[in-house]
Design a protein around this ligand. Structure first.
Ligand code: SAH
Length: 482
C-alpha cells in the first residue's frame, strides 16, 4: 500500500535506525519515527513519503514499550543534543553494540566479529565536562541561552542540561545577568550584528577547576571587569577568557584568545596523567569513560617497554602520554598547532621524556617520515575524526607493516570502511570493543585491535567508498527510491 504526506498511521516499532529513530512497518511500507522506541505502538503522521518508505512524526504513544523510560530533561524531544533519553540505558547500550556490529558486517564485510561486551557508563547523566551554549533573543527580546533544536539554529532555552555539570547553570545565570545589566548584546546570525555568540564552559572532573570562555564578535566586552567579578565568586573558577570570532560561519571558536582573569588553561586528569587544556584544544568530553577507552587501547597495544609507537591524530597527546608509560618511544601527529603545544607541555608536566610530537596532517607526516627517515613502528594507534583515515595514511601503514594497529573511532561506519582495507591487505581483526562515552545520544566510541598476518601481494583489496561517498551513496539511495 502507498502512503502520502499527512496520512496518519498506526505502527508497531520493531527496530532502531542509526540515528536512534524508531522503525516500523505498515503494509510493507517502512516508516522512520523520531522519538519512538522499539516495542512502542504509536500513531504517527507521515511528513515525507517515498515509494517504499517514509518519515513520520510521533503523534501519540498508544502502547509504550517496556524499554521506554521517563526522560530526565523536559526538553529532550526538542533539543538536538540527546536522541535516546526515552530509551532505557541497557537498551541504549544494546543499540550501540548493534550499530557497531551492523557497520562492521555491512560496510566492512566482516563475519564472526570478535566483539567484547560494550563498556557502559555507571551514570549516563551529568558526564560532559564541556558545553558550548549559544546566546540569542526570544520573540519578546529577552536574552536566552540553551541548545539548538535538532537540525536548526533555534535556541531551546535551558540552562541546566542533564548531560552537563551543575556548575553550568551558575555560570550561565551570571553571564546573562551581566549581559542584561551592561548592554552586551547577543550576536545575531541573520544580520551578523551583536557581540556575544557562545558561552563555553569546561570543568575539570578530577580537579574541580572551571573554565569560562566568552566567544564574541569583537575584541572586548563592555565592563568586562564586572563579568570577571561575578564569575570569580564561583568555586573552582580558574580561567576566564575572551575568544574573538568575527566570521559569519557556523564555526564556534575563533583563533584569537584574550585572558580576562586567572590563567589560560585548566588542568584535569585521565588515569595517572595530568593534562593542561586551553579553550582551543580538543579534549575528550567524558574523562571517566575516556580513561576506560584508553585502558582498553593500552591493553590491545600490549606494550612491554621495548616498542616504538606512533599515535596519529593525537590531539593534546592524551593517548600518546598514556602509551609512553609502557613503550620505549611514542611519536604523536596532530594537525592543530595549539594542541601540539599542549601535548609538549603535558609531556613535561608529567615528566615523560620518551615522546616527540609533530604538527601536520597524519597523511603527510607519516609518509614523509617513512620515505625520508625510514621510521619504524611496532604499534600504530589512530584516533581520527568522523571521516576516518586518509587513504594515503592507510597505504603508509601497510608499507610500514607494524605488528599491531589499534584503531580508536568515533564513527563506526568509516571505521568499518578502513578496517576492510587494512584487513584486505594483511591485517586481521582480533578484538572490537565499544565504549559508551556519550550516554543518551546515538554516538559511540569503538576500539579495535588489528594484528599483522603478513600480506600476500595477490590478495590486495582496493579501498571501498570513502566516508563522504558513503553518505552520498545513502543520499543517492534515497533519490533512487523516490
Ligand atoms: N587522540 C586524541 C584526539 C582525537 S580527536 C584524544 O584522544 O584526545 C581527532 C583529532 O584529529 C583532533 O585533535 C583533530 O584536530 C585531529 N585531526 C583532524 N584531521 C587530522 C589530520 N588530517 N591529521 C592529523 N590530525 C588530524
Amino acid at each position: 500500500m502507498e502512503f502520502r504526506k499527512n496520512d496518519v498511521i498506526t505502527l508497531e516499532i520493531e527496530d532502531c535506525g542509526i540515528d536512534g529513530e524508531g522503525i516500523g512497518k505498515a503494509d510493507g511500507f517502512t516508516v522512520f519515527v523520531k522519538d519512538a522506541v522499539i516495542g512502542d505502538t504509536v500513531r504517527a503522521k507521515i511528513v515525507k513519503a517515498k515509494k517504499n518508505y517514509g518519515y513520520g512524526r510521533l503523534l501519540e504513544v498508544l502502547k509504550p514499550s517496556p524499554y521506554r523510560v521517563e526522560p530526565k530533561c523536559p526538553y529532550a524531544r526538542q533539543c538536538g543534543g540527546c536522541q535516546l533519553q526515552v530509551l532505557s540505558y541497557d537498551q541504549q547500550l544494546a543499540f550501540k553494540e548493534a550499530k557497531i556490529r551492523g557497520h562492521l558486517e555491512r560496510i566492512g564485510g566482516f563475519q564472526d566479529i570478535p566483539m567484547e561486551p560494550i563498556i557502559g557508563m555507571e551514570k549516563p547523566y551529568h558526564y560532559r565536562n564541556k558545553a558550548q551554549f549559544p546566546v540569542g533573543k526570544n520573540r519578546e527580546g529577552r536574552i536566552i541561552t540553551g541548545f539548538y533544536a535538532g537540525r536548526t539554529h533555534t535556541i531551546i532555552e535551558n540552562r541546566d542540561c542533564a548531560l552537563g555539570v551543575s556548575q553550568n547553570k551558575e555560570v550561565l545565570d551570571r553571564v546573562i545577568s551581566y549581559m542584561e545589566t551592561y548592554g552586551a548584546e547577543p550576536y545575531d546570525e541573520a544580520t551578523g550584528k551583536g557581540l556575544v555568540r557562545h558561552i563555553f564552559i569546561r570543568y575539570g572532573f578530577f580537579t574541580g577547576e572551571v573554565m569560562v570562555c566568552i566567544i564574541a564578535n569583537g575584541k572586548s566586552l563592555p565592563h568586562s571587569e564586572k563579568l570577571v567579578e561575578a564569575l570569580r565568586e564561583i568555586p573552582g573558577m580558574t580561567s576566564i577568557t575572551l575568544n574573538v570570532n568575527r566570521s559569519r560561519s557556523n564555526v564556534i571558536l575563533g583563533e584569537e584568545l584574550h585572558l580576562l582573569w586567572g590563567q589560560i588553561y585548566i588542568t584535569d586528569k585521565i588515569g595517572d596523567i595530568s593534562y593542561q587544556i586551553s579553550p582551543l584544544s580538543f579534549y575528550q568530553v567524558n574523562p571517566l569513560q575516556t580513561g576506560k577507552l584508553y585502558a582498553k587501547a593500552l591493553e590491545y597495544a600490549d606494550l612491554h617497554g621495548e616498542e616504538t609507537v606512533w599515535d596519529l591524530y593525537c590531539g593534546i597527546g592524551t593517548i600518546s602520554l598514556f602509551l609512553a608509560q609502557q613503550a620505549k618511544f611514542v611519536r604523536g601527529v596532530e594537525i592543530v598547532p595549539a594542541a601540539i603545544e599542549d601535548a609538549r607541555r603535558n609531556a613535561v608536566l608529567n615528566k615523560i621524556e620518551n615522546t616527540e610530537f609533530f604538527v601536520g596532517k597524519a597523511e603527510d607526516i607519516l609518509p614523509r617520515e617513512y620515505e625520508k627517515n625510514g621510521v619504524y613502528a611496532d604499534v600504530i594507534v589512530v584516533d581520527p575524526p568522523r571521516k576516518g583515515c586518509d587513504k594515503m595514511l592507510l597505504d603508509t601503514i601497510l608499507k610500514m607493516q607494524p605488528k599491531k594497529v589499534v584503531y580508536v573511532s568515533c564513527d563506526s561506519a568509516t571505521l568499518a570502511r578502513d578496517l576492510k582495507y587494512l584487513c584486505g591487505n594483511g591485517y586481521e581483526l582480533k578484538n572490537v570493543c565499544g565504549v559508551d562515552q556519550f550516554g543518551n545520544t546515538v554516538h559511540v566510541e569503538t576500539v579495535c585491535l588489528l594484528s599483522n598476518r603478513k600480506r600476500k601481494p595477490d590478495t590486495y583489496v582496493k579501498l571501498s567508498l570513502d566516508a563522504e561517498d558513503y553518505y552520498r551513496f545513502r543520499d543517492a539511495e534515497d533519490k533512487a527510491n523516490d
